[in-house]
Design a protein around this ligand. Structure first.
Ligand SMILES: [Cu+2]
Length: 314
């Protein structure tokens, strides 16, 4: 699978963005090193050159506009350049492509677990396809964690009660290390996982398996069943007709108008918010009568319900 790239003293470059990230990092490191030598070097030289001599008389100094202009303009241009460069790398890391494979990540003291579209789950090991964008939709069942894959240059806080996400495009087949990078209690340092980057063929095999039935229902199907068993169907349909509540058809990704006239995009966090805290926002044209399901829906069920609502986007 090509040559494995690695910059001096940095971890292996396991994603498309890792090279860009490393260039920026090394540029800043070398720039700081050069600045350090220039500043400290000239300081020492001046200390020596202008050391006290009995005959010295300090001349009258009035300042220099040219010098002042230089030390304002040069660092400003340099720092703005670093900002623009950094922002462009950051944007590339945060805006996931629409066709990304989505995997849900659940952190809890002190294990990582994963839920895939086909309904499969894994603990301590996550499987992703090579050369395809993969988006992680992450939340925590207890405290703050942080999902960190050094080889991918990916690190993102995992927060209870909401979803955060990251995406990456792995380029190196094989196994990479995952850490928790936010101190989360006694066994924080043992909160590890392996990320397995699979070839296209292995991914198909893993994802579909010899018999997809072996994994039970797909995530969307699990969500559809929960939508019935939890009683959501009393008020919500999938076919566009409104009952007590609006239909979920076409909801995901759309712009929702709330009672107070503000608009929100119906993303994962919006749907989660409705299920946990329906009183936090009410859709315009409807009466607030949805009961809260806080504590009645587990995180894995929440992921399935959201996947179901999402599947009705079109
Ligand atoms: Cu942790």
């Amino acid at each position: 699978m090509g040559i494995i790239k690695q910059a001096f003293m940095l971890p292996l470059q396991g994603t498309a963005v890792a090279g860009r990230w490393d260039s920026l990092f090394l540029f800043m490191l070398w720039l700081a090193a050069i600045m350090f030598v220039l500043v400290v070097g000239s300081m020492l030289a001046f200390v020596w050159k202008y050391r006290h001599k009995a005959s010295d008389r300090t001349t009258y100094i009035t300042g220099s506009h040219v010098l002042e202009a230089i030390w304002i303009i040069v660092p400003t241009v340099m720092l703005l350049g670093i900002f623009v460069w950094g922002y462009s790398v950051y944007r590339g890391m945060t805006q996931a492509p629409r066709d990304a494979v989505e995997i849900r990540v659940l952190g809890k003291q002190w294990v990582w677990s994963f839920q895939y579209d086909n309904g499969r789950t894994s603990i301590g090991e996550i499987y992703v396809p090579v050369h395809r964008p993969t988006k992680l939709i992450m939340t925590s069942e207890d405290v703050l964690h942080s999902f960190f894959i050094p080889n991918f240059r990916v690190k993102q806080d995992v927060v209870p009660g909401m979803y955060s996400s990251v995406w990456f495009k792995p380029t190196v087949i094989g196994t990479h290390q995952v850490f928790c990078a936010e101190y989360c209690g006694t066994s924080h340092s043992g909160m590890l996982a392996k990320i397995h980057v699979l070839s296209e063929a292995d991914w198909e095999d893993w994802n579909e398996g010899k018999s997809p039935k072996a994994f039970g229902d797909s995530l969307v199907e699990q969500g559809r069943k929960l939508h019935e068993t939890k009683g959501c169907v009393t008020c919500h349909t999938a076919d566009g007709t409104a009952k007590l509540g609006p239909s979920h058809k076409g909801l995901f990704g759309s712009k929702v108008e709330l009672e107070d006239g503000t608009f929100v995009i119906a993303d994962e966090n919006y749907i989660r918010g409705k299920i946990e805290n329906p009183r936090g926002s009410t859709k315009r044209g409807f009466t607030q009568m949805m009961p809260t399901f806080q504590g009645l829906v587990t995180e894995t069920e929440m992921n399935a319900l959201i996947a179901y609502v999402k599947s009705l986007a079109h």
